[in-house]
Design a protein around this ligand. Structure first.
Ligand code: NAD
Ligand code: TYD
Length: 387
């Protein structure tokens, strides 16, 4: 490493001013909630978010109410806006940047990759430049970059992703995340910027935007709509409850070593069809179809939620299996996941059943139109024999 600046100063995450990018999204909002409610944090969090279709301030309504002007601030803006980020760093005395902001949905990246390159690559570059400027002025700086296990590509029936697994991204989403990871590491090696990275497996939990598998299946089932399963339904994902991810990131801020990457996973491999079946079975109990007025209206012939499962054309370039080895973060930082899948999934389903106002609010016209177009495209692929 060519660290022209020298040693890093001591970090004090629990009392620092932290810039969280993308804090109005799914994982970012859960992270902010976790830090305020479950750690001894007494500093300031500035949530910097553009509020794209995926960003939603009501994800943090409770935190806003409790901590507004006493530790929590929201600032709207784009991570590509270097001047604005610099201004915020000065205004709030930011020393730590925790970077979640991204375009995050693989299907969207297939239909429109441009935004992914612009936000995930150019946006990360712009933030790194702002962090480099800060690093030139003080030594107690940290840039934590949130990434995904998808940068490692697709596994066969065996094996795991380790921190040194070669990158092999296969969707525009994962390619853009891979590029951003490379930039972050380059800033460490070239400029000595104290960075850490984490590559995490699939998250699930409250406030998950309903274009992703688990919330989409829950909401469609409750409404008596088809449950779309891509391809043969046997692709495997490694599921982690979102609060466990938040805890892992916090442990990295507290104890992680600059320049290091930490894999984070749920050690919970499930085929997609198993996940969909599990959601159907929990719903049978929590909201039996015979008592569900929406089912009676939308699909009166349906007696069991599993009858709504519909195999559709496959996602192009669909990665077969992800599985993360997280021994490093366990051994070095003492982290391990606390929620098992069955308990976390039940809690998540209960949350979606309770939070109908949140669901109605995010079902904007733009989002609904996108979903319709997306599934029309998959149906087309299937009919053309490509699915
Ligand atoms: P999300 O789509 O729910 O939220 C992304 C947030 O970023 C939104 O609030 C959005 O408004 C904001 N944003 C987008 N573009 C922006 C821009 N140009 N400037 C400022 N803000 C912008 O995503 P998520 O699921 O919460 O994922 C957060 C991060 O975690 C991403 O970097 C993603 O790659 C990574 N990740 C996600 C998962 C997962 O399972 N969801 C797993 C591993 C890693
Ligand atoms: P997703 O939640 O989009 O996360 P990722 O693509 O980042 O893993 O998808 C999880 C898995 O579920 C993935 O294998 C694709 C599949 N899937 C479906 O079968 N049907 C759906 O409607 C969606 C959104 C995903």
């Amino acid at each position: 490493m060519n660290n022209s600046k020298g040693a890093t100063g001591a970090l004090h995450p629990a009392s620092a001013a932290i810039l969280v990018t993308g804090g109005a999204g799914f994982i970012g909002s859960n992270f902010i909630r976790y830090v305020f409610n479950k750690t001894d944090f007494a500093g300031t969090i500035v949530n910097y978010d553009k509020l794209t279709y995926a960003g939603n301030l009501s994800n943090l309504a409770d935190i806003e109410k409790k901590f507004h002007n006493t530790g929590y601030v929201f600032e709207r803006g784009d991570i590509r806006d270097y001047a604005k980020v610099e201004e915020l760093i000065r205004k709030y005395g930011i020393t730590i940047i925790v970077h979640f902001a991204a375009e995050s949905h693989v299907d969207r990246s297939i239909f429109g990759p441009k935004e992914f390159v612009e936000t995930n690559i150019n946006g990360t570059f712009s933030l790194l430049e702002a962090a480099r400027q800060l690093w030139a002025e003080r030594s107690d700086v940290r840039f934590h970059h949130i990434s995904t296990d998808e940068v490692y590509g697709s596994l066969g029936d065996s094996g795991y992703f380790f921190e040194n697994t070669p990158y092999d991204p296969r969707s525009p989403y994962s390619a853009s995340k891979a590029a951003s990871d490379h930039l972050v590491r380059a800033y460490y090696h070239t400029y000595g910027l104290p960075v850490t990275l984490s590559n995490c497996s699939n998250n699930y939990g409250p406030y998950h935007f309903p274009e992703k598998l688990i919330p989409l299946i829950i909401l469609n089932a409750v409404e008596g709509k088809p449950l779309p399963v891509y391809g043969d339904g046997r692709n495997v994902r490694d599921w982690l409850y979102v609060e466990d991810h938040a805890d892992a990131i916090w442990q990295i801020l507290l104890k992680g070593r600059a320049g290091e990457t930490y894999n984070i996973g749920g050690e919970c491999e499930r085929e997609n069809i198993e996940v969909v079946n599990a959601i159907c079975d929990i719903l049978e109990e929590l909201r039996p179809p015979k008592d569900n007025t929406l089912i009676r209206k939308q699909s009166p012939a349906v007696g069991r939620y599993r009858e709504l499962i519909t195999f559709v054309g496959d996602r192009p370039g669909h990665d077969r299996r992800y599985a993360v080895n997280c021994d490093k973060i366990k051994k070095e930082l003492g982290w391990s996941h606390r929620h098992n899948f069955e308990e976390g999934l039940r809690h998540t389903i209960e949350w979606y059943l309770r939070n109908t106002a949140w669901i109605e609010q995010i079902k904007s016209g733009e989002y609904t139109k996108w979903i319709e177009k997306n599934y029309t495209n998959y149906k087309k692929l299937k009919n053309e024999g490509q699915g």
